[in-house]
Design a protein around this ligand. Sequence first.
Ligand SMILES: [Zn+2]
Length: 217
Amino acid sequence: MVFDCDDYERVERKGHKNTGLSQKQIDEIKKVIEERNIKNLYSNKKRMFNSKEYDKYYNTPLWESTSRKNLLQIHPDEREDAKAFMNEAFIKYGIKLVIRDVHRSIKEQNKLYSYGRKPNSDIIIDRKKIRTKAPGGASMHHYGLAFDVYELKNGDIVHFDRNIIIPLAIKYGFKWGGHFKSFYDPPHFERTYGFKWKRLKSKAKNEKGKFVDLRKK
Ligand SMILES: [Zn+2]
């Protein structure tokens, strides 16, 4: 049984109440969340543990230089999970993922948003040219909370095998762009940490740090 991101969020937030899931499904989800949290603990305590398992998950030599650079553009609260997700894809399935397109400015996003739409409006004039569902400020890419992923295969950048990668990403708490209702965006993964984009936009403006503080509402 494959759960979607919202199932995990509901169980994480509400425990077992009003999730619309059976007890067996809830138990399954809880087990995955627990595993994920153990891995996070590992990354926080890496000096203390200094174990082989840490090396296996976090220091595999699969990272090409662009992905390494792009990883640093991912919000620090999300970064270790992004890394562990990609490492697991390689260790378990031999799929070498690469990260492309993390941070994007509001200006760049507005340009993307304009493709296929009537100038300075939301009105779609050519559906085939649409590149995003998010106008400037609304994309999780501005806040380092979204990243686009492809597979590196025989030197080429290709789309990954969804049957393998999507359940894995969901296990790590990422929402997949292929599940968006308004726009199908298969390379895209994100987390919102319960924030609406308008709030993130004003936080980014007020806080002036490189990344917004997700612990403050
Ligand atoms: Zn994206």
